[in-house]
Design a binder for this molecule. Structure first.
Ligand code: ADP
Ligand code: TRP
Length: 328
């Protein structure tokens, strides 16, 4: 059975539509036919989260969110990065097989430098892709399901693996990104400009209270050229219609709304109210499960303990192989 690995950074306590359609949906679907290892990248979250309470709350919430969305801990090895010391250990080793210049070109770091923020960037952010390469290579996965913004990290991982294999002989298979269909790879945010991202706040949350979600949807950008509901509107690239296509199971309703929008025969409010309803239908069952799960405080630690046992076996094996090959 082919192996799949992915991680999620607990840098906030709520998942959004971009996380779901960009990565989580694929991850959950893959659990049926692949040997899956998914983990909470808590060491990676330290680049931004510097409060113990916040970090622990985020970790717990993300696990419950995943379970509510359909992740089955019987099928998937679900673990916490910091429970497996082989991750930072391999990262230290791999840092010797990557040129500094390559890390300087990594998006997260480069963007900060472009904004003139280099002196406030912590070294953890600079080092982020090396730790991520270790996360991946330890488990020798075939696929890594992620959104488009992670492709560069996958490229760096492959680069490191190739350099290592060349020096010490075939050790790491080269992992492939597993991407969703085109529309979901980089889901646009409710501001209609940037990718949906929690750091920008242009999100539609999956598990937030109904009134928050309603507000996020009702405040979403649509077609800026359209001033009155009787003006013909643009459907292509319009975030509200992009979201409709993802969550609205009533395809006839979407087609009919699009046709009326193009003709100037429907207002933004109706389109958004229907989107809100479709969103609640789509995520309603998961939201219900999520409520039930929050009454089981022991559950997350039990799952992580199980996951730790399975993940550490594989990780330790790879680390031992690497140490032996390089002479440690
Ligand atoms: P954020 O950008 O909100 O901080 P993360 O960096 O934690 O999100 O991303 C978690 C996962 O969700 C990653 O695999 C990432 O590629 C995916 N993802 C995040 N935002 C989007 C988006 N707007 N479209 C598609 N995938 C996304
Ligand atoms: N960088 C990923 C993100 O921001 C999280 C992550 C850390 C990850 N390590 C990983 C994803 C390994 C896939 C594989 O979303």
């Amino acid at each position: 059975m082919k192996r799949v690995l992915s991680g999620i950074k607990p840098s906030s306590d709520s998942l959004h539509l971009g996380n779901y359609f960009g990565a989580i949906k694929q991850q959950i679907e893959l659990q049926a036919n692949y040997q899956c290892f998914f983990f909470i990248a808590d060491l990676h979250a330290l680049t931004t989260v510097h409060s113990k309470e916040e970090l622990q709350k985020n970790i717990r919430n993300i696990i419950l969110d995943y379970l509510a969305l359909g992740l089955d801990p019987e099928k998937v090895t679900f673990f916490r990065q910091s429970d497996i010391p082989a991750h930072p250990y391999l990262a230290v080793i791999l840092s010797n097989f990557i040129p500094l210049g390559l890390l300087k070109r990594a998006h997260a770091y480069k963007d900060k430098v472009a904004k003139g923020e280099e002196s406030s960037v912590n070294a953890g952010l600079f080092y982020y892709p090396v730790l991520m390469a270790a996360d991946i290579l330890l488990y020798k996965p075939t696929y890594v399901p992620v959104g488009e913004d992670q492709i560069q990290h996958l490229e760096i991982t492959r680069d490191i693996a190739e350099r290592f294999n060349k020096l010490y002989g075939q050790t790491f298979p080269l992992p492939q990104p597993f991407l969703p269909k085109k529309e979901s790879r980089r889901l646009i945010g409710t501001d209609g400009k940037k990718k949906m991202s929690k750091s920008i706040g242009n999100i539609i949350s999956i598990f937030a209270p109904e009134e928050v979600i309603k507000k996020q949807i009702m405040n979403s950008y649509t077609d800026p050229q359209r001033i009155h509901p009787t003006d013909p509107g643009r459907v292509e690239g319009n975030p509200v219609f992009i979201y409709h296509h993802l969550v609205n199971k009533n395809k006839e309703e979407v087609a009919e709304l699009e046709a009326r929008y193009r003709q100037g025969k429907v207002g933004d409010v109706e389109v958004k109210e229907k989107l809100y309803r479709a969103f609640m239908d789509y995520f309603g069952p998961a939201r219900k499960r999520r409520k039930k799960l929050s009454s089981k405080p022991q559950l997350t630690e039990e799952i992580l303990l199980q996951g730790k046992k399975k993940a550490s076996q594989l990780a330790e094996k790879t680390l031992a192989e690497v140490k032996e090959k390089i002479g440690l």
